[in-house]
Structures are given as C-alpha cells and as structure tokens.
Design a protein around this ligand. Structure first.
Ligand code: COA
Ligand code: ZN
Length: 301
C-alpha cells in the first residue's frame, strides 16, 4: 500500500453544486481559503458550466481571479470545449473533464449523447496536450447509472482504454451515485491498474450507502493514490437522482493518517474548514470522525 496519498478536495464544486443555499463568490472564496489553510494539496474550486444549469457555480471566473498564490493546485470542472476555453482564459491549467459511462447520464448531465461526449473529450484532450493543460478525466457513473442501472465493468474498461489513448494526466473512476462496493472496486481497479499502472488512476466515491471508506480501502490495496473527497461529506450531482454526499474529507484523512499513510493535510485546520462550510451554508454537515477528531484536538490543546 502507498505511504502517501494525494487528496483533491471537491467541496467547493461537487459539495456546493446541489446545495439549496447558493453561496456568493466571497463566501466560496472564504471556504476555499479555509481549505488552503488545512493544507489540502489540490482543490477543485468550481466549474465552468452553464449558470442556467448550475447557478451555484456561476461566476467561477471571478472566484478564480481572486484566489491567493499558495502551494495548492486549483482546478475546475469543465463539461465541454466552451468550459475548457473559459477555464484556460481564467488561467487554470488543471481541469476535470466529465464524461459519463452511459448514454442517458451524458444526455441528462450535459445534453449530449455518449459518442458525442467521448469524441468531444478526445478533441479537448488533444488540445490540452498542445496547451500544456493537465486534464483529469472523470468517468462518471462507472458502477451504476441512475437512469440505466448497473454498468458492466467490461464497458468501463473499454471506455477507459479509449480515453487513455488521448493521454489524460489522470483518469478518475467516479461512483457518482455511491453504488459501488469494495469487491466491485477491487475487481475493476485491479484490471485498470494492470493495464494502465496506478500512477494515473484515481477514485471519486460518494457515500450514499456508507461504503465510500471501504471502497477507498479496496482501491488503496491496488496502489491507487489519488482520491477526491469533500469536507463534511457535502455533495451530490443535480443531474443524478439519488446522488448523495461525497466521502467526507475529515473521514478520509483520519482513515489514511491512522494507517500511517501521509496526506499532508492538517486535520485541526480541516475541522475549522468544516465549521466554516456549515456557517456559510447554515447547515450541519459533518463526517463521522468529526467529533472524535475534535475531542482529540481539545485534549491535546
Ligand atoms: N460554460 C458556460 N456556458 C456554457 C458552457 C459552459 N461550459 N457551455 C455552453 N454554455 C452556454 C452556451 O453558450 C449557451 O448560452 P446562451 O443560451 O447564452 O446562448 C447555453 O449555455 C446553452 O448551450 P448549448 O450548447 O445549447 O448547451 P445546453 O443547453 O445543452 O447545455 C451544458 C450544455 C453542458 C452547458 C449544460 O448542460 C451544463 O452546464 N451542464 C452542467 C453539468 C454539470 O455541472 N454537472 C454536474 C457535475 S458532473
Ligand atoms: Zn461527485
């Protein structure tokens, strides 16, 4: 198992995109700043999507322009060529590009069919190589689709092979609705690692059925070292019915650090970021480990 793992915090994007409360750019910046203070190595700060489709992510360009210089890598999610161009003009050189494993998820998410989405991804990936932009391709609904049901692993393996030919800097297997289980993760990830190596592969889990942590463990056993999570377990996709929160970052960090796997994240400051998110959203979203970890800090303090 790896001794270091890189966490991309997706709270400001995946976490906020389906919240009933729409945060201002100032509030989103406050949240990102709290996450930088927690030394998250990477933060997905927003998305360049249609503000009509996802009003919570409107004005991501203004947010990006206000980001402080820090050691943190900022990325955004883009759904298409237009998003890519907008992100590039905003100065972003690390982008998540979302493609879905099924026809209906692509249609519901970005209004394009599967083949169109894949060929558009290929064009963007080619462009990104010329522009020196790092693309993290997200293969959404890689285990189960809310519209089409279970997705065959053989389909996902073929799709990953197709996408890998365009040399993305990272391929993220995304369990968008939280339908995976550790055995399914183990089987799919071992095959993908055998074909492509573990360096470029990562996992994005939702915790709808309380299996995200076990799914992380299954992927770790195959040497996967890139994981997404969102503070407080915020999150969900507005176009994937049933999608609940992401794996909580405080739980992921607690799992990894307790096993001696280094994340570089400051748990103490992460807890502050969780309370910041709750204050801004007027909500009570906490990972399962929150009270244990905060009690430990109080004892130490
Ligand atoms: N960012 C901002 N605006 C965009 C855009 C982008 N990436 N891509 C297209 N648009 C604009 C178009 O310019 C057009 O604007 P107009 O109405 O002012 O002319 C409008 O959106 C519609 O464009 P169209 O090409 O007809 O696409 P659409 O209406 O089918 O919408 C998406 C396609 C991808 C823009 C839209 O479905 C979307 O933003 N989905 C969000 C996906 C998402 O965030 N999912 C959750 C994360 S997985
Ligand atoms: Zn997600």
């Amino acid at each position: 198992m790896a001794d270091t793992v890189t966490i991309k915090e997706v709270g400001p994007r995946d976490g906020l995109q389906s919240q009933p409360v729409h945060l201002t750019v100032e509030a989103r910046l406050e949240l990102v700043t709290a996450l930088i203070d927690a030394r998250l190595p990477e933060i997905e700060v927003g998305s360049f999507v249609s503000p009509k489709a996802v009003p919570q992510m409107a004005d991501t360009d203004t947010l990006v322009a206000a980001l402080p210089n820090s050691g943190c890598i900022y990325s955004v999610l883009v759904p298409n060529q237009k998003g890519y161009e907008l992100a590039l003009s905003a100065g972003i050189t690390e982008m998540g590009l979302v493609v879905s494993a099924t026809e209906l998820m692509n249609q519901n998410n970005i209004g394009k069919g599967l083949e169109d989405t894949f060929s558009s991804a290929e064009i963007i990936l080619e462009r990104a190589l010329e522009d020196g932009v790092d693309i993290h391709v997200y293969l959404a609904v890689a285990f189960e689709c809310p519209y089409e049901g279970l997705v065959a692993p053989a389909t996902v393996i073929d799709q990953v092979n197709r996408l890998m030919r365009c040399r993305p800097s990272r391929l993220m297997v995304a369990d968008t609705i939280g339908a995976a289980n550790p055995r399914a993760v183990s089987s799919l990830v071992s095959e993908l690692v055998a074909q492509h190596g573990s360096e470029v592969l990562g996992c994005h889990f939702h915790d709808t059925r309380a299996m995200a942590m076990t799914n992380v463990f299954a992927a770790l056993e195959h040497d996967v070292r890139l994981f997404d999570s969102a503070i407080g377990g915020l999150g969900g996709c507005p176009f994937a019915p049933g999608a609940k929160g992401n794996l909580a970052t405080e739980d992921l960090v607690t799992l990894l650090e307790s096993m001696g796997v280094n994340t570089g994240v400051s748990l103490e400051h992460l807890l502050t970021a969780v309370t910041t998110a709750n204050r801004l959203l007027g909500a009570d979203n906490y990972g399962r480990s929150y009270s244990w970890v905060s009690r430990s800090w109080q004892k130490l303090g």
